[in-house]
Design a protein around this ligand. Structure first.
Ligand code: URA
Length: 237
């Protein structure tokens, strides 16, 4: 693959800008400056640097973000900053379609595991209701949780936009006011609406797991990282 095409595919700007970066001596591979934009380079496993910043080649982008509270999952947020501002420029500028996008959305005040990708097939698979990818949430509730509420969430509750009941595939009180529940759909405000339907109220919401992938304990809110092959396999399993 031409070096300028590699940079372009990784989000470093138009082909012209990428050719310019290379010609200006700003691109290195294994510590050696490369000045020919048309040089053929094997992208597989490649690490290069642009203006001193090390970058790994990824044919497709698969990342996870620990979403902090106070961010919207939209590209064009209305009231809060966008989660996309937490990602580095090259990730945001990877050529599309689709470009890197969040797989499903979390509310502005929800924290936790969010996946992003520019692989259309993967995005579809992870977000399609037909695939029933389980997602685990921890909800801090306003009132103490009683056994009846847990039973009703497991049995199914009717929300205002659909006569078909929605149920948690797992649900337990993990503390007096802490509910852990697993959902396989992703309806708008689903956890908050389900908890409200059983007479309680969500005061804090966190997503800790998607499929077999748990939010790593060492990732602080606002941090992102590439998914490795083992993590991707957990999601595809
Ligand atoms: N359910 C909600 O109510 N909000 C979220 O952000 C995610 C699931």
């Amino acid at each position: 693959m031409q070096l300028q095409q590699i940079l372009f595919s990784q989000g470093f700007g138009t082909r012209r800008i990428c050719a310019g970066l290379i010609q200006q001596g700003l691109v290195e591979i294994a510590g050696n400056v490369r000045t020919d934009p048309l040089e053929e380079v094997d992208p597989e496993g490649l690490r290069f640097s642009v203006q001193g910043r090390e970058w790994p080649f990824h044919a497709k982008a698969y990342l996870m973000l620990h979403k902090p509270a106070g961010y919207e999952c939209s590209q064009k947020p209305s009231a809060w900053p966008s989660i996309y501002t937490l990602l580095p420029g090259p990730v945001r500028q990877r050529p599309g379609p689709p470009g890197v996008q969040a797989i499903g959305r979390l509310d502005q005040d929800t924290t936790g595991l969010l996946l992003l990708s520019d692989d259309g097939t993967f995005i579809h698979r992870m977000s399609s209701p037909r695939h029933h990818v389980p997602k685990v949430y921890e909800a801090v509730t306003k009132h103490p949780i009683d056994a009846r509420q847990v039973e009703r969430l497991l049995a199914g509750v009717v929300l205002d936009d659909d006569p078909k009941p929605v149920r948690a595939s797992a649900c337990e009180a993990a503390g007096e006011q802490l509910l852990r529940l697993t959902l396989t759909e992703g309806k708008y405000h689903q956890v908050k609406r389900m908890v409200a339907a059983v007479g309680n109220r969500v005061e804090g919401l966190h997503r800790s797991r998607i499929g077999g992938l748990e939010l790593p304990a060492d990732m602080a809110p606002g941090q992102w990282r590439w998914l490795d092959t083992a993590e991707l396999a957990l999601l595809r399993a």
